[in-house]
Design a binder for this molecule. Structure first.
Ligand code: GLV
Ligand code: MN
Ligand code: MN
Length: 406
């Protein structure tokens, strides 16, 4: 069996570890997360890595370099998912990293090689994202302990249920001296590579994102008896804002999405009195994102006052834009050239990645591989075996280029 086929089979096997029988969802600190960590650890060990689970639930593996205890080059991605996920977002990056390690002779590199399967990149369970990589980067915020999931379980309790001691969380921190950099391979999650008929790309930077919980409050009432001029319909107001988010985002070249919206009390014959919804806003440059955020806020206030509603927003996640390291980018470029693409494409990532957190302790760069139709965060996510094959070769060559440069 080829390495690429092995990785695709392993993605299928990981996709079988889901909390839902009908679709893939594997969230932070769930029983499925524990099972996925165990399976990934067994593959790390087969690749010659010694393994441990860190105090944040990240699954780690390490291969020593020419002498024990050298600073490490970190490779990896995440193994948590969004609801009804595809099987390659994150997971393929972890498996590519393990396979690169399996191709390296232990003790042969001028640095140690570590692979990490981050516990939480998506933020599906607790709303805020990058919890695994932020623990590793020492940018943890103790206020997060009281975040709750939909069942009301706090992050603190979820750590304990998983068998982790919250008091030991600081032990996940990696000192900058213990690392030389972080390289991540990931599916593109957009159509640029496919449209350009190319397989791989260098990532130049990652878009800065902010996420909010929004609430529009009006007054519930009888759908038959309440005349239009007396209504304070929170859903019509929220809907106007959803359309404004799209209009303003398009007009100013940023990316705005309302991904969740719930109307209360939710009766077919009741005017909605309250709507809870979300906003995800991102852009290549933080200033552009924040300028549109101010316009969205203005639009919300105008809609609310015109319709007799009350509008509130609470920020639940913020990760500012980060630029990939030039030397590590050049190593990725050498990797891509080694598979015969002499002038690699380079562009910024619209999606968020663990590098946004890891950059606090070590420089990072990323390799993108093409995905079918640019589709991601959907079960139709797909990759071609040939693209996985060249991604693996390019990733290995990037690691060897960094070794040669030291
Ligand atoms: C992570 O996948 C994101 O939302 O960008
Ligand atoms: Mn994702
Ligand atoms: Mn991802």
């Amino acid at each position: 069996m080829t390495d690429a086929q092995l990785l695709l089979d392993r993605c299928d096997e990981l996709a079988g570890i889901s909390s839902h029988p009908d679709y893939l969802e594997r969230v932070h600190l769930s029983p499925e997360h524990k099972a996925a960590n165990a399976l990934v650890a067994s593959w790390m060990e087969d690749a010659g890595l010694s393994t441990w689970q860190d105090p944040a639930g990240n699954q780690c593996g390490r291969m020593e370099g020419r002498e024990p205890g050298l600073p490490a080059l970190l490779l990896g991605s995440h193994i948590d998912t969004v609801p009804d996920a595809g099987r390659y977002d994150g997971m393929l990056g972890v498996l590519l990293a393990i396979q690169v390690a399996s191709r390296i002779e232990p003790g042969s590199l001028p640095f140690a090689l570590e692979v990490v399967a981050f516990s939480d990149e998506e933020g599906t369970r607790f709303g805020t994202a990058l919890l695994g990589s932020r623990a590793l980067a020492g940018t943890w915020d103790d206020e997060w302990w009281s975040l709750t999931d939909r069942e009301g379980v706090s992050l603190f309790e979820a750590f304990q249920d998983f068998g982790l001691d919250p008091a030991r969380l600081p032990g996940a921190f990696r000192r900058p001296e213990s690392l030389i950099g972080y390289l991540e391979a990931h599916i593109e999650q957009g159509p640029i590579l496919e449209d350009a008929d190319r397989q791989l790309a260098i990532v130049t930077s990652i878009a800065g994102a902010r996420r909010f919980s929004l609430v529009m409050t009006g007054k519930a009432g009888h759908a038959g008896g309440t005349p239009f001029d007396r209504r304070r319909d929170a859903l019509v107001g929220a809907s106007e804002l959803v359309v404004e988010v799209e209009r303003l985002s398009k007009e100013h070249g940023v990316i705005g999405t309302v991904g969740r919206l719930q109307a209360f009390p939710g009766g077919v014959n009741v005017i909605p009195g309250r709507v809870e919804f979300s906003l995800d806003l991102r852009a290549e440059f933080d200033d552009d994102r924040d300028a549109v955020l101010a316009l969205i806020h203005e639009a919300a206030q105008e809609i609310a006052s015109r319709r007799g509603l009350h509008f509130e927003q609470t920020e639940i996640y913020r990760a500012d834009a980060v630029v990939c390291d030039l030397d590590l980018r050049e190593a990725i470029a050498m990797g891509i050239r080694s598979i015969g693409d002499d002038e690699p494409l380079a562009f910024w990532s619209r999606a968020g990645h663990d590098g946004m957190a890891v950059v606090a302790v070590t420089p990072f760069a990323m390799l993108f591989l093409r995905c079918k139709g640019g589709i991601s965060h959907h079960p139709d996510e797909a990759v071609r075996k040939i693209d996985v094959e060249v991604a693996l070769d390019a990733y290995e060559a990037a690691v060897r280029a960094l070794a040669d440069a030291r």
